[in-house]
Design a protein around this ligand. Structure first.
Ligand code: CO
Length: 315
């Protein structure tokens, strides 16, 4: 309920972005349109992730790029990174990473006038909201560039249930019969943080020994520890629910320091094994993102044929 209300609000934010994009668009060239079908404008997909400064952290999320190309032949694919801190660290190492605004400006300069901005975040939280605002601002000043935003992994209750099944499938290989599954997501103070307990509920409905906590939010470590103790399980498979394999996975979840999830669960008497495959390494999760992208591409097409309002209302 909360989540769906939130989604409605977010939906309006996206529609506003699109409405601004439509306002900024020039009138169609009627004379050429009458003569023949208009030449399809150059279309690009901007894939946007938080980023990471850890070597190899993005290997799994990058698997989505060839999948985007296969699903949308001929489309241009670019990347942007929402973490200013990650961009700064990488710049000091001599690797320039684009912010969403920079990447959008570059695409526009290269003549791409139709762009889907596909969020590769997990929840529609603060990172996603900032991205929507940036895309909005760009569309407003974009001199006719049309921008549609693709939703993050968890955009509605169907995604919750689908992701729960995907996670359980991904965790099945090598799982001991008595082993509980514990995922750890990021967590947030943002209202969209309600997605985490909602996903925990969806997981528990499929498997009573599947749990979800967060590094910085609710459910907390203590919440999950209480559930594990009450369940009577002794062995745990510990996994991240994060797009990339970075600091949170290597330190906060599976690090050797005493305050990591692995150390604290071990200290509490559980036998802990870890699998640090990031969520972008689950092919089913990438399929969920690709589904959101396909929907955004359809909205872009619908705008072309003057059905923008109808298409946006179907979220
Ligand atoms: Co963090």
């Amino acid at each position: 309920m909360l989540l769906s209300r939130l989604n409605n609000r977010l939906g309006r934010a996206c529609v506003l972005a699109l409405a601004l994009a439509a306002l900024a668009a020039p009138a169609p060239a009627a004379e050429t349109a009458k003569a023949k079908s208009p030449v399809p404008a150059k279309t690009a997909v901007l894939l946007v992730t938080f980023g990471s400064s850890h070597a190899g952290a993005l290997d799994q999320v990058r698997l989505i790029e060839p999948e985007v190309r296969a699903a949308h032949p001929g489309v241009e694919v670019a990347w942007a990174y929402t973490s200013a801190k990650v961009r700064q660290i990488m710049a000091q190492r001599g690797e320039k990473l684009d912010s969403p605004q920079e990447a959008l400006a570059k695409l526009q300069a290269r003549g791409f006038t139709r762009i889907v901005v596909q969020s590769l975040h997990v929840i529609p939280g603060a990172e996603f909201h900032d991205l929507v605002q940036e895309a909005q601002a760009f569309a407003h000043h974009g001199k006719g560039t049309r921008v549609v935003i693709g939703w993050p992994l968890l955009s509605d209750t169907n995604d919750l249930q689908a992701l729960a099944r995907i996670m359980l499938r991904a965790a099945a290989p090598g799982r001991q019969p008595d082993q509980a599954l514990v995922w750890v997501g990021h967590g947030t103070h943002h209202p969209a943080g309600v997605a985490y307990p909602a996903l925990a509920h969806a997981l528990s409905q499929v498997d009573q020994r599947a749990y979800l906590g967060t590094v910085e939010g609710y459910p907390s470590f203590d919440d999950v520890l209480g559930q594990l103790k009450a369940s009577g399980v002794k062995a745990i498979k510990l996994m991240p629910l994060l797009t990339v394999l970075g600091e949170h996975s290597k330190q906060d979840i599976a690090g050797d320091d005493a305050d990591s999830w692995k150390s604290r669960l071990s200290a509490a008497g559980f036998t802990v094994t870890t699998d640090l495959t990031p969520v972008a390494g689950y092919s089913g999760a990438r399929d969920l993102w690709l589904g959101h992208l396909a929907k955004a591409m359809r909205e872009l097409q619908a705008e072309k044929s003057g059905q923008a309002k109808k298409a946006h209302a179907t979220k």
